[in-house]
Design a protein around this ligand. Structure first.
Ligand SMILES: *Cc1c(COP(=O)(O)O)cnc(C)c1O
Length: 385
């Protein structure tokens, strides 16, 4: 048999070597602490689980779901957009349920990109932006992301031959992995650029509710003219500790939502309606659980930032997300520093180089480890350095 050529072009799994070392250490009985995984350690709040338990017994939910999402789920998404951002979206035409935002982001390529086309992706970012392009036999142009620009992807230097074949620009703020947040002025420039060059602007807003120090992350749809060119991805994964449930939604430009819906209608049959019912409970219920989660991550952020600075590792305290993005010491690479921390401190961190060509020289530390283990990891790193 012969597999598709595009599979040969998928980026190799850059963390494989560190994972193998971690597994070898664990096999020797070493207590390895992983700060590598961006997966919340806390359980899904009870009222959401209870809603699922009730929904699962309802025979109506046992049949094929509506591929676009139930009317009730899409209405809950629209009402959450209104409450959270003051943005009005039409639940029928401008909202689409997703089986996790990763699914929606990956399928957006199928809806917009032909072989040989380009997508514009940040040079440090979620691997699906470029991976989805590769699966369509399309190309990725990496927009530089520099620390001195606040890690706002620079779209001012894109060659004309790339722009002529570009279809989608991906952005995501608050940003995984850098923790950077966008300004309104930056969003406005990005929207103007995408309108000028006839691009779809796909904004990945998975961390909009994980904010600290009183910061409030915006929706790009709050900006003028965003509705003409933007689709925005929201996920319940991080805000409600629901990564395993696979539930998210996209909203924004009607043509983009409809095109993505056409792909999904032909590829999947939507998320289990009981999961959508649980998500309605999350979006329309008390948001106290989100505030508690933010307080937890904010405390852990301070712990990690303090520990890193005390060993001479430079990092900014992020205003949002569940990650601390730190510079590796002079003379080290992302991989060599991550390897040293693993070998000497038995702590796993993620090499920044795994997030794209701009990530070299950094590591990412995730805040999804219980406080006592995080403290222990910080002490081990101090002792090892
Ligand atoms: C976690 C994450 C998501 C959410 O993915 P789901 O598929 O909804 O779980 C999307 N984008 C980024 C950048 C993320 O880190």
């Amino acid at each position: 048999m012969r597999t598709a050529a595009c599979l040969d072009h998928m980026a190799p799994y850059l963390f494989a070597r560190i994972d193998a070392k971690r597994d070898a250490l664990r096999a020797q009985g070493v207590d390895v602490i992983s700060l590598g995984i961006g997966d919340p350690d806390q359980p899904t709040p009870d009222h959401i689980v209870d809603a699922m338990v009730a929904a699962i017994g309802d025979p109506k939910n046992h049949q094929y779901p509506d591929y676009a999402g139930s009317a009730a789920y899409r209405a809950a998404c629209a009402s959450w957009m209104e409450h959270r951002f003051g943005v009005e979206v039409d639940p029928q035409r401008e909202v689409l349920a997703l089986i996790g935002s990763k699914e929606g982001i990956a399928h957006l390529h199928t809806a917009f990109v032909d072989p040989g086309d380009y997508v514009l992706a940040p040079s440090i970012g979620y691997p699906v932006y470029s991976g989805g392009a590769t699966l369509q036999s399309a190309n990725t142009y990496f927009m530089p992301m520099r620390e001195e620009d606040g890690f706002l992807a620079d779209f001012s230097q894109i060659p004309d031959e790339v722009l002529g074949r570009a279809k989608i620009m991906f952005l995501g703020y608050p940003n995984n992995p850098t923790g950077a947040c966008a300004t309104e002025e930056y969003f406005d420039r990005a929207i103007a650029f995408c309108l000028e060059h006839d691009l779809l602007l796909a904004h990945d807003n998975a961390y909009c509710d994980i904010c600290f120090d009183g910061y409030r992350a915006p929706s790009i749809l709050e900006r003028p003219r965003a509705r003409e060119c933007c689709i925005e991805f929201f996920s319940l994964s991080k805000s409600y500790n629901m990564t395993g449930w696979r539930i998210a939604f996209a909203c924004g430009n009607e043509r983009a939502v409809s095109a993505l819906g056409t792909v999904k209608n032909n590829l999947d049959s939507g998320q289990f309606t009981a999961v959508q019912d649980a998500a309605i409970a999350a979006l329309t219920g008390s948001q106290d659980c989100v505030a508690e989660l933010c307080a937890l991550y904010e405390r852990r952020r301070d712990l990690v930032v303090g520990a890193l600075r005390s060993i001479g590792v430079e990092c900014n305290a992020p205003k949002a997300t569940i990650y601390v993005w730190a510079k590796v010491p002079a003379g080290e690479t992302s991989a060599s520093f991550a390897t040293r921390l693993l070998e000497k401190a038995h702590v796993v961190v993620t090499p920044g180089s795994g997030y794209g060509p701009g990530g070299e020289g950094y590591i990412r530390i995730s805040l999804t480890t219980p406080d006592d283990r995080l403290l222990e990891a910080a002490q081990r790193m101090k002792a090892a350095m």
